[in-house]
Design a protein around this ligand. Structure first.
Ligand code: SIN
Ligand code: MN
Length: 276
């Protein structure tokens, strides 16, 4: 895939502004996805802090910051079609703020409660503005049964909702509460029902290799995986270079401290085909 043609790009950007998410017109080929799956499998078996288990200590829930130590993951981040799309959506040079793979194992993968990503980035890291974008790359086919990402379209335009009063509560937010099924910042069920009543909910489905963009402030969740099919989702968050967090204290595998603009580089291992 080269970057989307201009007319199409205008439509994608207007979808992003209006609904807070869109699907890329192209997906990664099976071969590219096979390489990423292989890397995810290998990293998941390593004993390192970037590998996070489900709350019962059983299966691997997620792996983080892989671009910093894995060559194929680093190459993925630098692909021109991803970097250029992020630059066009955000409107300037970007760096990679966060890399993660939420694995959501068959039968045992836990949910992600309703939340807005920007709550974490603003409250915990001091990110000034939501001038960032998530690209979600499906490493497996995603269907209604294996815990797809679910979004409330348009909710990103409301800014941050329902933040707890951390200091007043004396609550200390541990980074593990940013990656577990017990999230530190959530949107209340009442607010979710109210928003969904107005705007509906949309499931982000697609074949392995498909790529979706979603906004840092969009209200989203995903349910437990009750099916026999794993649902691994690789998430890249690009941030504007002039929007780097003011006071990052979380581990570097959650908040990359290198804010130099990415220099895009093609890599023949990552090819694309039209998505339907
Ligand atoms: C998920 O993997 O379903 C959740 C992703 C996210 O909350 O960003
Ligand atoms: Mn999220």
């Amino acid at each position: 895939m080269s970057t989307a043609p201009n007319a199409q790009l205008t439509d994608l950007k207007s979808d992003y502004i209006r609904r807070g998410w869109f699907k890329f017109p192209s997906r990664f080929t099976g071969q590219a996805i096979e390489l990423l799956r292989e890397r995810v499998q290998a990293i998941s078996q390593e004993s390192r802090p970037e590998v996070v288990l489900e709350k019962d200590g059983g299966r691997v829930r997620a792996i983080h910051g892989c671009h910093a130590f894995d060559e194929a993951c680093q190459a993925l981040v630098r692909l021109p079609c991803l970097v250029e799309m992020a630059e066009k959506l955000i409107g300037g040079p970007v760096y990679l703020y966060q890399f993660k793979v939420n694995i959501k194992q068959a039968y045992e993968g836990d949910a992600w409660p309703w939340h807005q990503d920007f709550s974490f980035w603003s409250e915990e890291d001091g990110m000034p503005r939501p001038d960032a974008v998530n690209f979600a790359i499906s490493l497996d086919d995603v269907h209604t049964g294996n815990g797809p990402l679910t979004v409330i379209p348009g909710s990103h335009r409301l800014g941050l909702l329902d933040l707890p009063e951390k200091e007043a509560d004396g609550m200390v937010s541990d980074w593990r509460q940013h990656v577990s099924a017990d999230l530190a910042y959530t949107v209340t069920p009442e607010r979710v029902e109210e928003l969904a009543g107005e705007n509906g909910k949309e499931l982000i489905l697609g074949r392995a290799g498909s790529i979706h963009a979603f906004h840092p402030s969009i209200v989203h969740s995903s349910s437990n995986n009750l099916s026999a099919d794993r649902r691994a989702l690789l998430l890249l968050t690009y941030n504007a270079v002039d929007n780097a967090p003011a006071s990052p204290t979380r581990p570097v595998f959650l908040v990359d401290r290198n804010t130099d603009p990415i220099v895009p580089r093609e890599d023949g291992r990552f090819a694309f085909e039209a998505d339907d």
